[in-house]
Ligand binder design. Structure first.
Ligand SMILES: C[S@@+](CC[C@H](N)C(=O)[O-])C[C@H]1O[C@@H](n2cnc3c(N)ncnc32)[C@H](O)[C@@H]1O
Length: 396
């Protein structure tokens, strides 16, 4: 496929993302993650003793952000979005309408630069996520909504007389083309191992799973094997084929084998447990063979920044969260864009995973923090910092 991207690989732009995005070619990016400041009415400042000292950005929007030229553009290019902004002004107020105008005009550019097969993840907090979902529906189409991911972030100080607020929402839209989707796994929490991997032998910790399922099945799934005949009791053999594939990765004809042959292979590899009392064998699954759990739309155990990744940038996100998103929704060589990149978390992770990246942040401090993060921690220097928007090469 032709590479339409007109930005050199691995570029951090410092400047207003709207100006920079206007210079990026259409349909040239595979994955976008954006984490704009929340509309909290606060100024975010980095601590004095952190790497990001001196960095500050605003989380305050007002009626002034409902700029006439932005509203005109929204009205012209996405009339439905204009209705959402007007509704937010009635239901919530001018600050929310200003926030949505600021983001809406940028999201229109992001929609333009995203490939039809691309994915976009918009990180927001519960004060705005429902309005943003309506904005995203108006732009990407409700049919292309995939998930609202609830991410349990580190708790902020408890409010009084209400439930503790501990989550953000990440809105995931993809398509309309067939979008990238890779199977990814999340590490099980420690209590999982204690609950399920209760046995151990010289090879390590393991759990026992059933080799027999309810009901009869055609073929050889109900035949006798090593003196056990599940078919005679209305049951059938349940061979864990994915486990077998992991044990014998070199055998590409596993599917063609009979059920007793598959069971022989499992037993030969030491994965069948024969109980001392009773006759029904079970399957041993060792802890080092589990892939982890497929992530679901509630993520509870990836909230903390590791000490080594902390820069002090306000609202910095953990690399583990970006690692999951980038691996699930892009392939090596793909272009990943973060237009509010802050301390560069998405860019750092994208680079580590072999993706090309573009980061944009309006804060001057971004370059310094980024430099330190990439070159000191990862020994990488092959990236560039730019202050001038790129020139589109797909329009005359
Ligand atoms: C919540 S922080 C992003 C944190 C980031 N995800 C990380 O892990 O470090 C939001 C960022 O948006 C940036 N920002 C705000 N307005 C911007 C604009 N118009 N263009 C580019 N960046 C902007 C701020 O400087 C801030 O760094």
């Amino acid at each position: 496929m032709v590479d339409r991207l007109n930005v050199p690989d691995d570029t951090l732009f410092i400047g207003d993302n709207l100006e920079i995005l206007r210079g990026v070619n259409s349909e040239s990016v595979d994955l976008i993650y954006l984490d704009p400041p929340n509309n909290s009415g606060r100024i975010y400042r980095a601590g004095e003793s952190t790497q990001a000292r001196g960095v500050e950005f605003s989380g305050e929007w007002t009626q002034d952000d409902m700029r006439a030229e932005w509203l005109d553009e929204i009205e012209k290019r996405r009339p439905a979005m204009r209705h959402v902004i007007d509704t937010s002004q009635v239901a919530h107020g001018k600050s929310m309408a200003g926030y949505l105008t600021f983001l809406g005009v940028r999201l229109i550019e992001l929609r333009r630069v995203l490939k039809p097969s691309g994915s976009i993840y918009l990180h927001s907090d519960p004060h705005a996520s429902h309005y943003l979902k309506a904005i995203m529906d108006s732009l990407f189409g409700a049919r292309n909504f995939r998930n609202e991911i609830v991410w349990r972030r580190p708790p902020s100080p408890w409010g009084t007389r209400r439930w503790g607020a501990v989550h953000d929402s990440i809105l995931f839209y993809a398509g309309p083309g067939r979008h990238r989707w890779n199977r990814v796994f999340i590490e099980h929490p420690p209590e999982y191992w204690e609950k399920y991997y209760r046995y151990a032998d010289e090879r390590g910790r393991y759990q026992l799973i059933s080799l027999i399922g309810r009901g009869t099945q055609g073929g050889d799934a109900g035949v006798e094997w090593r003196g056990v005949n599940p078919g005679s009791e209305g049951r059938h053999w349940l061979v864990p084929i994915r486990l077998l594939r992991r044990i014998y990765p070199e055998m590409d004809d596993l599917e063609q084998l009979t059920t007793p042959q598959k069971l022989d292979l499992l037993d030969g590899a030491g994965h069948v447990h024969w109980p001392t009392s009773g006759r029904v064998p079970r399957c041993k699954v060792y802890a080092d063979m589990t892939e982890g759990a497929p992530p679901q739309d509630v993520i509870v155990n990836l909230g903390d920044l590791r000490r080594v990744e902390r820069t002090g940038w306000p609202l910095q996100k953990p690399e583990a969260l970006l690692d999951l998103i980038i691996r699930a929704s892009s392939n090596p060589g793909d272009a990943v864009l973060d237009p509010f990149c802050g301390a560069g978390t998405a860019c750092v992770v994208a680079g580590r995973l072999g993706r090309r990246w573009i980061g944009i942040d309006s804060s001057e401090g971004a370059g310094e923090v980024f430099e330190r993060r990439l070159s000191h921690r990862q020994g990488r220097t092959g990236y560039r910092i730019a202050r001038v928007p790129p020139e589109r090469t797909d329009v005359s």
